[in-house]
Write a protein that binds this ligand. Structure first.
Ligand code: UDP
Ligand code: MG
Length: 329
């Protein structure tokens, strides 16, 4: 019986007290039904990562883990952000699982396809991507910005799975490979396609949030998109270089024009082009410096090699469990 894979479902949670009890219940049912179908081992687990929540999220996780042997929790000491919380969960889970599924706490992603994920794993896939069929439940704004984002990323040559968020299954060896990527500016969606390994896609409809509000306000979304671009591509910096080159050519033309004006004694009109160039070049330079600064900022963070998260409490270490033992009670 031991050849069945042990599955851990990792759920990052930030101020999710409203959805958490329901999420736990639904995911526990999924685990139980998968175990009953002999698709996963009975000691498979739900791992909730509390990403420095300010509400009762951790209390809920702690209580549930005391009652249900399948529920485990990890508490981060501060809000490290979705991607880092997810990574914390994945690395804790990787030591004790054969495969890991990550899913958001709000269950916008269809939990019914988890079974398909596991079936794909049985067929030998190391990475199974959950891909949204449509975005009709997202707001117009979110949909448009997301589409724009994939378009820009594609143009910059960054390979992404369109409409795939962080709902996916990874095998142990894919996870171990992922953990070899030591970069501090973490953009999981960009790294995972780089890992290689056999992979499959599973399509589903994305639903509304169970309850509560999005924990990704515009500010975080923009930061996330910018991180995605600047962690993977130096295309923006090339663009600025090209722009600088074009401006240089143009300024030669403007210069010739100014000299001609000067020789014809119409210097007053030369003033216009002069002022124009000052503004144009000033703007360009500022833009270039800002962009270079962005990269230097990343180098700075990378060089410091600070830990990306700190686990405060790790309930995953305590007591082993199985569905069987619970049934005996
Ligand atoms: N999340 C997190 N840390 C954060 C922000 C969000 O762990 O700083 C979690 C959140 O609890 C949820 C997931 O990341 O499980 C996705 O967030 P959300 O559903 O709010 O994003 P959206 O679906 O609106 O993009
Ligand atoms: Mg959501």
């Amino acid at each position: 019986m031991n050849h069945y894979p042990k599955l851990t479902i990792v759920v990052p949670c930030y101020n999710e007290e409203e959805v958490l009890p329901d999420t736990m219940k639904q995911l526990a049912e999924v685990l139980e039904s998968l175990a009953n179908s002999n698709l996963i081992r009975e000691d498979s687990t739900l791992l909730f990562v509390d990403d420095g929540s300010r509400d009762r999220t951790w209390e809920i996780i702690e209580t549930a883990s005391a009652q249900n042997p399948h529920v485990k929790g990890v508490k981060l000491s501060r809000n490290a952000g979705h991607q880092n919380a997810l990574l914390a969960g994945l690395s804790v889970a990787s030591e004790r699982s054969d495969c890991v599924i990550s899913i958001d706490a709000d269950l916008q992603d269809d939990i019914r396809v988890i079974r398909t994920f596991v079936e794909k794993y049985w067929q030998g896939y190391d990475i199974v991507y959950g891909v949204r069929d449509s975005r009709k439940t997202d707001t117009w704004f979110k949909r448009t910005t997301a589409e724009g984002f994939y378009w820009v990323m594609g143009k910059l040559g960054i390979q992404l799975i369109p409409n795939h968020a962080d709902f996916r299954l990874m095998s142990k060896r894919a996870l171990e490979e992922l953990l070899n990527y030591k970069e501090t500016n973490l953009f999981l969606r960009g790294i995972i396609p780089l890992l290689g390994f056999p992979s499959a896609k599973v399509y589903y409809d994305r639903k509304e949030r169970l309850a509560g509000e999005s924990k990704y306000p515009l500010k975080k979304m923009l930061a996330f998109a910018l991180d995605g671009i600047t962690s993977f591509s130096i295309a923006p910096i090339r663009f600025v270089t090209a722009l600088g080159f074009i401006t240089f050519i143009l300024s030669a033309v403007v210069g010739i024009y100014a000299i001609v004006q000067e020789l014809m004694g119409r210097t007053v009109s030369g003033w216009t082009s002069l002022i124009l160039s000052i503004w144009l070049l000033g703007g360009l330079e500022l833009m270039a410096v800002g962009l270079i600064g962005e990269y230097i900022g990343k180098i700075f963070k990378e060089v410091k090699r600070r830990p990306r998260y700190t686990i405060e409490t790790n309930l995953y270490k305590t007591s082993r469990s199985s569905f069987a033992s619970r049934k005996e009670e």
